[in-house]
Design a protein around this ligand. Structure first.
Ligand SMILES: [Zn+2]
Length: 418
């Protein structure tokens, strides 16, 4: 959302005009090479992983601690919900601490800042988090600082490690569901959903974003919103969610938090949030950097269709498989890297737990394990797969032959956003 709302809609027309002018002039500039990696954009800054302090537990099961944090007042910058403030290097100064594209500013009205100093001639030293997930420390006008008590009945936690959104009501955990937070890349390092503390500031509603429709959006950090997983709307009005729904549980957006549209057992989905959450509910966003994702329990049951299924599923009655194959055949997570199970892909519809090798790669990428540790783990799986290949038939592993089971239509990727 932040890109489409801030850049594409506003400046694409202009950009096109410039490109056309350039083409007419008969030359094209060389494509701008990416000068920096995401890691380099963050160099020299503390980031969202430092916001809650070094010893923060990130324990979603510690309801008491989570609730206390959710209810605590926060300080925000008292400007409009779509306005931003650039901290400057000295009281009364004009020099911005940082002025990267879409960087260096703190969004108004809903994003928490930490007050670090006393008033100095009308200016106060603060820190806040910018769209790059970087802590920006500098001076803002003291009169902009406003302390807000969040809604005292509801609270929301979004954990970037588990890619889930957790709802708390009146001091108790209510339910959780899968989300997709922002996926940064070297060209758009600001796509990361910044960690920190925010308030649900307005119910801004559905919006189009480059061919996708995102319904029931709730603004929490200027251009970043909590909204339903995107869909395309076909000519006859049918909504297709397949592609983006399959990404739930992993980073995928340009900064927004995409929420499941199918209600879980407690009825939680984006529509529930839209109908039930109150304005000024606190949203804690927990960073994933340096945190190690544990493996699922070895006894976790997974399912497959022995009649040529290509996928492993989280449920014996996955809606992507024809009903005549119900119930699907169960096996254990501990068997997933062995025999022909090793060839199954995760079902894009029911989003089962990830393979150990996939979790390992993610842990490597977020700096939770070293390259050496990663290499050793992967070598171990290769040995495990080879060692069990001969016995695959004996252990009744699936035969990957026919392809009769899945009715999923994958809609081709688009250059779309949010
Ligand atoms: Zn499935």
């Amino acid at each position: 959302m932040k890109v489409s709302s801030r850049l594409s809609r506003i400046s694409l027309g202009l950009l096109n005009a410039v490109l056309i002018a350039v083409l007419l002039a008969g030359f094209l500039p060389a494509p701008e090479a990416s000068a920096k990696t995401v890691a380099q954009w963050l160099e020299g800054f503390q980031t969202g992983k430092d916001w809650f302090g070094e010893d923060f537990a990130y324990d979603i099961n510690d309801t008491e601690a989570v609730w206390e944090l959710l209810m605590k007042p926060i300080t925000v910058l008292d400007v409009g919900e779509t306005e931003s403030v650039y901290p400057v290097t000295e009281p009364g100064g004009k020099k911005k601490v940082n002025n990267d594209k879409l960087g260096g500013f703190i969004n108004g009205a809903s994003a928490a800042v930490h007050v670090l100093g006393e008033d100095e001639n009308g200016w106060t030293l603060i820190e806040g988090i910018d769209y790059y997930n970087r802590i920006i420390r500098g001076y803002v006008k003291t009169k902009l600082l406003k302390t807000v008590t969040p809604n005292q009945h509801y609270g929301v936690v979004v954990d970037k490690l588990t890619q889930r959104l957790y709802v708390f009501i009146d001091g108790k955990f209510f339910s959780s569901c899968a989300v997709s937070t922002g996926l940064p890349n070297d060209e758009q390092p600001y796509n990361e959903t910044s960690a920190g503390e925010y308030l649900t500031i307005s119910w801004s509603g559905g919006f189009d974003s480059e061919g996708m429709y995102c319904d029931m959006a709730i603004r929490f950090n200027n251009g970043d919103k909590i909204h339903e997983v995107p869909c395309t709307i076909l000519a006859d009005g049918t909504k297709r969610y397949t592609k983006w729904e399959a990404q739930l549980g992993q980073k995928a957006s340009h900064g927004c938090i995409r929420v499941a549209r199918l209600p879980n057992d407690e009825g939680l989905d984006q529509e529930w949030l839209w109908d039930n959450l109150k304005r000024m509910t606190k949203v804690l966003i927990w960073d994933d950097a340096g945190r190690k994702m544990p493996y699922p329990d070895d006894d976790t049951l997974l399912y497959y269709n022995p009649n040529g299924g290509k996928y492993y599923h989280s449920t014996p009655e996955c809606s992507s498989v024809k009903k005549k194959y119900y119930p699907l055949t169960a096996f254990k997570y501990s068997e997933l890297e062995t025999g022909l199970y090793a060839r199954l892909d995760p079902c894009p519809s029911c989003t089962p737990v990830k393979r150990k090798s996939v979790i390992d790669l993610e842990n490597l990428n977020r700096g939770a394990i070293t390259q050496e540790e990663y290499d050793a783990l992967i070598a171990g799986y290769a040995a495990q797969a080879n060692g069990t290949a001969d016995t695959a038939t004996a252990t009744a592993a699936p035969e990957a032959t026919a392809t009769d089971d899945v009715e999923i239509t994958i809609i081709p990727a688009e250059d779309a956003d949010n």
